[in-house]
Design a protein around this ligand. Structure first.
Ligand code: NAD
Ligand code: WQD
Length: 338
C-alpha cells in the first residue's frame, strides 16, 4: 500500500484523514509545525488506531527537512493540509497568508521535486465560489474570490495544475470542502479553535458547555426558507474517507482535477440549532443579530463528480455531526454525562 505524507497532519481535518488512511491500510507520516495543533494528537491517533504514527515536526517551508522526510519514508503522495485558514485574519495580514499558503506550497513543491514525489491531494475550499449564481454548485461554476484566504486557495489550485501540465507532477486533486464539522466518534480527536470560534458548530458546542451564554444568529432576513444562512455541512469523517478515495484515484489516474466535497444538502442556522438540541438534549439559547459582513445567503454542493470518480458519498447525518461535535467538546470541558 502507498506511503502518504500529510502536511498539517496533526490538525483538524488531517488527523481525521490519518484515521481513514490507516483503516484502509496506508502508511502515514504526519508533518506539522504544531502552530495550530495539540502535541498529544499523534499519541491519541496511535491509541485510536493501534498503528505506528511517524511524526516530523517541521515547517512546510523548510525544503531540506521536507525533502528528506519524503525520501526517507519513500512517500508516494502528499496530502497538503498545512495552511492558515481564518478569513478575517487573511484580510488583516495578506502578506502572512501569501507567505504561509502560497510560498509554503511552492516550497513544498520544491521538496517534492527534490524527492521525486509526484502526486498531491490538496485542501481547497468552497470559499473560492464566493457568491454563487445558484446552488447546488458544480465544479465548473465561476470562481469569485472574496478575500485573501480564498485567493490563496485558488492560486494554490492553479500552481498544482500548472505543474501537472508541465510534467513536474503526475497527479493533483484539488478538493473543495464545503463546511466541515463533527469529530471522530471516539471523541479522541476533533477541532480545537483558539479563542472565540468564528465558525457555527464550535460556537454552538461552547454555548452547550456553558462557556458562552448564547449564540448570535447572524441575520434572519436572507432570501432562504427561514431567513438564516444556508450551508452544506459535512462530517469530518466523511471528508476523511473522501481523501483516502481521492488519493487512491489519483495514484491510478494521472492528471489534474478539482472536486467538490459536500453532502449536497443545504442546512440553515436554525436547522442546525434544532438538530443540535435534538441530538444532544442540550438547549442552545440564541439571539438574532445583524448579518455578518461578507456572508453569503446560501450555498451547497453538487457532489456528483466525487460520487462518479471516487465512488464516494457522504453517509453521516446532521444528527451525527451534532452528536460527535458535542461529545468532543463535552469531553474537553470535562462533562461526562454524554
Ligand atoms: P488546522 O489548522 O486544524 O490544520 C492545519 C495544520 O497545519 C495545523 O496542525 C497546523 O499546525 C499546521 N500548519 C500550519 N502551517 C504550517 C506550516 N507552515 N508548516 C507545517 N505545518 C503547518 O486546519 P484544518 O481545519 O484541519 O484545515 C486543513 C486544511 O483544509 C487547510 O488548508 C484549510 O485551509 C482547509 N480547509 C478547511 C476548512 C475548515 O472549515 N476547517 C474548510 C475548507 C478548507
Ligand atoms: C456558517 C453559517 C453564519 C457563526 C467559513 C469560511 C470558509 C470555510 C468554512 C475554510 C453562516 C452563521 C456562524 C455564528 C452564525 N473555511 N453563523 N453565528 O462562513 O460558511 O465558512 O468556514 O475554508 O472559508 O468562510 O462558516 O461556520 O462561519 O458560518 O449565525 O456565531 O452560520 O452567518 O450563515 P462559513 P461559518
Amino acid at each position: 500500500m502507498p506511503n502518504i505524507l500529510l502536511t498539517g497532519g496533526a490538525g483538524y481535518i488531517g488527523s481525521h484523514t490519518a484515521v481513514a488512511l490507516l483503516a484502509r491500510g496506508h502508511t502515514v507520516t504526519l508533518l506539522d509545525n504544531f502552530a495550530n495543533a495539540e502535541r498529544e494528537v499523534p499519541d491519541r491517533l496511535a491509541q485510536l488506531t493501534g498503528a505506528e504514527i511517524l511524526v516530523v515536526e517541521a515547517d512546510i517551508r523548510d525544503v531540506e527537512t521536507v525533502a528528506t522526510a519524503l525520501a526517507d519514508q519513500n512517500i508516494d503522495a502528499v496530502i497538503h493540509f498545512a495552511a492558515l485558514k481564518a478569513v478575517g485574519e487573511s484580510e488583516a495580514d495578506p502578506l502572512l497568508y501569501y507567505e504561509m499558503n502560497i510560498v509554503g506550497t511552492i516550497r513544498l513543491f520544491e521538496a517534492m521535486q527534490k524527492a521525486g514525489t509526484k502526486n498531491l491531494v490538496f485542501s481547497s475550499s468552497a470559499t473560492v465560489y464566493g457568491q454563487p449564481d445558484a446552488s447546488p454548485i458544480l465544479e465548473n461554476a465561476p470562481t469569485r474570490v472574496q478575500n485573501i484566504y480564498g485567493r490563496t486557495k485558488l492560486v494554490m489550485e492553479d500552481l498544482g495544475a500548472d505543474l501537472v501540465r508541465t510534467g513536474f507532477l503526475k497527479g493533483v486533486v484539488n478538493l473543495r470542502y464545503f463546511n466541515p464539522v463533527g469529530a471522530h466518534s471516539s471523541a479522541m480527536i476533533g477541532e480545537t479553535p483558539s479563542g472565540v470560534p468564528n465558525n457555527l458548530m464550535p460556537y454552538i458546542t461552547q454555548v452547550a458547555t456553558g462557556e458562552r451564554p448564547y449564540l448570535q444568529v447572524f441575520g434572519n432576513d436572507y432570501d432562504t426558507p427561514d431567513g438564516t444562512g444556508v450551508r452544506d455541512y459535512i462530517h469530518v469523517m466523511d471528508l476523511a474517507e473522501a481523501h483516502a478515495l481521492a488519493l487512491e484515484y489519483i495514484l491510478q489516474t494521472p492528471g489534474a482535477l478539482t472536486v467538490n466535497l459536500g453532502t449536497g444538502t443545504g442546512i440553515s442556522v436554525l436547522d442546525m440549532i434544532h438538530a443540535f438540541e435534538r441530538a444532544t438534549g442540550r438547549t442552545i439559547p440564541f439571539k438574532i443579530s445583524p448579518r455578518r459582513p461578507g456572508d453569503v445567503a446560501s450555498y451547497y454542493a453538487n457532489p456528483s463528480l466525487a460520487e462518479r470518480l471516487f465512488n464516494w458519498k457522504a453517509k453521516l447525518t446532521v444528527d451525527d455531526m451534532c452528536r460527535d461535535s458535542w461529545r468532543w467538546q463535552a469531553r474537553r470541558a470535562g462533562i461526562n454525562d454524554v
